[in-house]
Design a protein around this ligand. Structure first.
Ligand SMILES: [Zn+2]
Length: 261
C-alpha cells in the first residue's frame, strides 16, 4: 500500500471519529457492504484495498455474528419490509468468493450477493468465477447472483446502444447460465447517473447498487441504493464504525448519483 494512501487513511479515520462522535443516534435503514476479493490480487487496485486477507475476513464475520446484526438477503421484498438490516455484497465475481468466502459465510448462515462481470467468465480469466462455480453459487438459496455488466467499464461514458449491450447482454448471459431471473446490478466503478439508472429499469433490473456511501432509508430508489466499501485494511473496529455510519461523511466527496445526469 502506498504511503500516500496510508496517510489518507489516517486522516479518514480521524474525520470518522469526529463525525461519528456527533452522530446522535444510529439511523434506521439498510446498510449495504461492498467487498471484492478475498485472497487474490485485484487488477488495477492502486492502493491494494480491494483484496482482504481471508483471516481478516473471518474476523469481520465473527464480529458481525457477535453483534447480532440483522443480516438479510438482497431481495426486493426485504428492501421494502426490513426496517433495519445489513446486506453483504461482493463485486467483480472473484473465484475466491466461491472457494474462500462462501464456506465461511455458510458456516454463519449469512446470505450474500455476488455481482459478476460476465466477460471475465466468458474469457475464463484467472482468479474469476467459472461457469460451474456460478451455477453452484446460484443453487444456494442464501446466495444471489447479480450483474456487474460485461466489461467493467464506466457506464456513464457509454452511448445508448453500448449501454444496452452491457446491461442486457450481462443479464441474459447470467440468466441463460443459471436459469433464474437476474434482477440486480452493481454499477461498475460506481459509475451511474439518472440516464444509466433509467435504462436499467427499462431493461428489467429492479435493484441497482452504487458505490455512494450511505445508509438506505425506506423510500430510497431501489435502483440507486447506497453502499459502503469495505477495504482490506479495515479492522473489525473500522468495520463496526462503517456499519454504524461513522464513515458516511465520505459521500460528500462525490456527487449523489440522483443528481447526476
Ligand atoms: Zn467492480
Amino acid at each position: 500500500m502506498s504511503l500516500t494512501f496510508k496517510i489518507k487513511y489516517q486522516i479518514y479515520k480521524l474525520i470518522s471519529e469526529l463525525y461519528g462522535f456527533n452522530l446522535s443516534k444510529q439511523k434506521k435503514g439498510l446498510r449495504i457492504l461492498m467487498y471484492h476479493s478475498v485472497g487474490s490480487p485485484v487488477e488495477g487496485d492502486t492502493y491494494n484495498i480491494y483484496n482482504i486477507e481471508p483471516e481478516l475476513f473471518k474476523l469481520h464475520l465473527e464480529m458481525m455474528n457477535k453483534l447480532n446484526l440483522n443480516i438479510i438477503a438482497l431481495t426486493k421484498k426485504n428492501l421494502s419490509l426490513a426496517e433495519s438490516g445489513v446486506v453483504l455484497t461482493f463485486d467483480d465475481g472473484f473465484a475466491n468468493n466461491f472457494e474462500t468466502a462462501m464456506p465461511l459465510l455458510n458456516s454463519y448462515n449469512i446470505p450474500f450477493a455476488v455481482f459478476v462481470t460476465t466477460n471475465n467468465v466468458k474469457k475464463k480469466e484467472k482468479f474469476f468465477l467459472s461457469k460451474k462455480q456460478i451455477i453452484e453459487l446460484s443453487c444456494n438459496e442464501n446466495i444471489k447472483i447479480g450483474s456487474h455488466a460485461m466489461n467493467h467499464v464506466y457506464l456513464e461514458s457509454l452511448d445508448k446502444s453500448s449501454l444496452y449491450n452491457e446491461l442486457s447482454g450481462s443479464k441474459k448471459y447470467l440468466e441463460d447460465l443459471i436459469g433464474k431471473e437476474i434482477d440486480a446490478l452493481s454499477y461498475p466503478n460506481g459509475s451511474v447517473n439518472v440516464r444509466v439508472r433509467d435504462i436499467c429499469e427499462e431493461i428489467g433490473y429492479k435493484i441497482g447498487l452504487t458505490s455512494w456511501p450511505n445508509i438506505n432509508s425506506h423510500n430510497q430508489d431501489p435502483l440507486l441504493l447506497s453502499r459502503n466499501a469495505i477495504w482490506s485494511i479495515d479492522t473489525t473496529k473500522i468495520l463496526k464504525q462503517k456499519i454504524e455510519g461513522k464513515w458516511d461523511w465520505m459521500r460528500y466527496r462525490y456527487t449523489d448519483p440522483r443528481f447526476k445526469d
